[in-house]
Design a protein around this ligand. Structure first.
Ligand code: HEM
Length: 335
């Protein structure tokens, strides 16, 4: 009789545990991003981020492009979880930011997020994740540059780890073929169309000469530069980048026609050999991506609609929700 009771007791405990686990599982699965996520806990979140970010962009106009690239580099490595924001100074190990490909991410972009976080910690302590702040900041800055406005679903949780070793293989390189880039984006759930739309971010910002110098000097061709480059453009780049080894900060606008405007000029440039990076040129040469380059070159509305939709998809890549991760107190550190 005693044994029976004990067994029944054990059975009930196991049942309760099972039910709890099932509930936790379904909650985690049900946890979705939502535009109203902070409606009760921090109702002014969007206004607070928008004000801080606009002021930062006014003071440092390179913030916008840098933050857009920062968002992309965050989302492609273990999801949009703010893991790229952790400063190497804040930890003994080497975080994502210390990976070679992330070293050119500009300090102003990190500073923009840190400032918005400070304002939010004052208004709603311990509530808004750094991952959500980065998503909002990137969206706001696209709008400030003249690009599309779109809603940002919220509720991302921050990663509680960041490791430089996770970066390799998750971000595109300029020497990748369009086919390889399509594969990489597909591994993040993004289609060729979304990839080409997102690459339109290269309508703003800079690239350092080191990223495309191989196209300019000692290239195996009759003229010594990449024949896919417009000849006048190639000669001008050769001159501008001549000292890049002694001064590695020398950079060139990604879109040499309308460098500060978020518009479709990036796509218009590609058929004319005015794409700066080899990876930009590759999008024009590969038929499955060329069709979208052609579409966006001739239709700003189509580009803006697709860019807005693709940014929302990018912002949902690998997000942590529910009990995963946490809300970090600081964006540049893991606590
Ligand atoms: C498709 C493959 C891509 C490749 C190979 C690539 C590569 C690069 C490289 C090498 C730079 C120059 C960085 C520097 O020298 O500082 C750059 C800049 C930039 N990239 Fe990409 N990128 C790609 C896609 C994207 C996407 C999807 C976005 C955002 C949605 C993006 C946003 C930017 C921005 C805004 C800049 C300018 C950054 C600044 O001015 O600080 N890129 N990219």
């Amino acid at each position: 009789m005693g044994t029976m009771l004990r067994r029944r007791g054990l059975f009930s405990i196991a049942l309760v545990l099972l039910l709890l686990l099932a509930a936790a599982g379904s909650c985690a699965a049900a946890a979705r991003l939502s535009p109203n996520y902070y409606r009760r806990s921090c109702p002014r979140v969007e206004r607070i981020v928008a004000d801080v970010i606009a002021a930062k962009q006014r003071a440092n106009p390179s913030t916008a492009a840098g933050t857009l690239r920062l968002f992309f580099h965050d989302c492609f490595v273990n999801g949009c979880d703010a893991s790229v924001l952790v400063s190497p100074l804040s930890s003994d190990s080497s975080p994502e930011r210390a990976a070679e490909i992330n070293l050119s991410l500009p300090g102003d972009a990190f500073d923009a997020v840190d400032r918005a976080k400070a304002a939010l910690e004052a208004a709603c302590p311990g509530t808004v994740s750094c991952a959500d702040i980065l998503a909002l900041a990137a969206r706001d800055l696209v709008g400030i540059l003249g690009g599309p406005r779109f809603p940002v679903a919220l509720g991302r949780r921050d990663s509680l780890r960041s490791d430089a070793r996770d970066v390799e293989g998750n971000l595109p390189r300029t020497n990748m073929s369009a086919r390889a880039m399509v594969r990489l984006f597909a591994s993040k759930g993004l289609s060729p169309r979304e990839m080409v739309a997102l690459a339109g971010a290269h309508t703003v910002g800079f690239s350092h000469c080191a990223e495309f110098a191989h196209r300019l000097y000692g290239f195996k061709s009759a003229d010594g530069y990449d024949p896919r480059l417009n000849p006048e453009f190639a000669l001008a780049l050769q001159r501008s980048c001549a000292g890049y080894r002694s001064d590695p900060t020398v950079s060139i606008f990604n879109d040499v026609v309308t460098p500060r405007d978020f518009d479709e000029a990036y796509y218009k440039n590609l058929p004319h050999g005015l794409g700066l990076l080899a990876s930009d040129a590759a999008l024009w040469e590969y038929p499955p991506t060329r069709v979208f380059v052609q579409r966006y070159a001739g239709n700003r509305t189509a580009f803006f609609e697709d860019f807005a939709a693709a940014m929302q998809r990018l912002g949902s890549v690998g997000v942590k929700t529910g009990w995963q991760g946490g809300v970090r107190r600081r964006c540049d550190a893991l606590d």
